[in-house]
Design a protein around this ligand. Structure first.
Ligand code: KIV
Length: 258
């Protein structure tokens, strides 16, 4: 087993696992080794391209961003989201997972879903592809109004069942997106593999956020997002200094000229 994955598994019940998204080399260089997992999320569709759904994200777009990310990742585990309609059956899934890994040298890929995709995951695992699961809100198949998961008894049962099936199929961890607090706690307790929460309370084994949200670059009003910085303010301040020096003919001084 990949030693980075072994390291992630060993953190269960010991220390929190930190996962953040990256879509580029520069952000990856900053995150590398600070966080356990760097995820090239298909959230890039909404964050970078302003798509109203991640369904519009193409495989080639994920590959190009993953190649950029790879250049900045030396230590952390790198995971790439398989975009919508790239894993409709096991043959398609293996072909596309291999393509992502070939070009990006990613350590693992992430797929959204439970029961419906366990056979596909099983096939990927048999072919030595490391897989991360994703349950709860599934942006690639989400329809209608946003609502957290685990409101009804049947939804709770299905989510627990899905989590156990994913574990059985060999995923090394599962992202739990917007799952009710006590249900996230129950799933985390029942599983031997770690859960990584996003909007799923403090009860998960780790947390994931979109880096652009965390640093205040992407403006969003989603309940679970906390901005830990206001990077827009820092960028504006640097740009204003540049404008001032250009207008005053202070920049570029001889030091910055040939
Ligand atoms: O696409 C993404 O960035 C994700 C995380 C938010 C979990 O799937």
């Amino acid at each position: 087993m990949n030693t980075k994955i072994k390291n992630i598994l060993s953190k269960k019940n010991k220390s929190k696992i930190i996962c953040l998204t990256s879509y580029s080399k520069n952000i990856s260089e900053i995150l590398d080794n600070l966080v356990d997992i760097i995820l090239v999320g298909d959230s890039l569709g909404s964050v970078l391209y302003s798509y109203n759904t991640t369904k519009k994200v193409k495989l080639d777009t994920m590959i190009e961003h993953s190649k950029s990310v790879r250049q900045g990742v030396k230590q952390s585990l790198m995971v790439v989201d398989m975009p919508y309609n790239t894993y409709r059956n096991k043959v398609e899934a293996l072909k596309n997972a291999k393509k992502i890994i070939k070009y990006s040298k990613a350590d693992a890929i992430k797929l959204e879903g439970g029961k419906k995709i366990v056979k596909i995951i099983d096939y990927l695992r048999k072919n030595k592809i490391n897989v991360m699961g994703h349950l709860g809100i599934l942006p690639q198949s989400h329809k209608g109004k946003f609502r957290y998961k685990g409101k009804t008894i049947s939804e709770r049962k299905n989510l627990i069942n899905d989590a156990l099936l994913l574990q059985e199929s060999g995923v090394f961890s599962i992202v739990l997106e917007c799952i009710e607090t006590n249900l996230a706690k129950r799933i985390t307790k029942e599983l031997k593999i770690p859960t990584i929460g996003i909007g799923s309370s403090v009860n998960c084994d780790g947390q994931v956020l979109v880096t652009d949200d965390l640093i205040g670059l992407n403006l969003t009003s989603i309940k679970f997002v906390k901005s830990f910085s206001n990077i827009r303010k820092h960028i504006k301040s640097a740009v204003k200094k540049f404008i001032k020096e250009v207008k005053n003919k202070k920049y570029p001084s001889s030091k910055f000229s040939y």
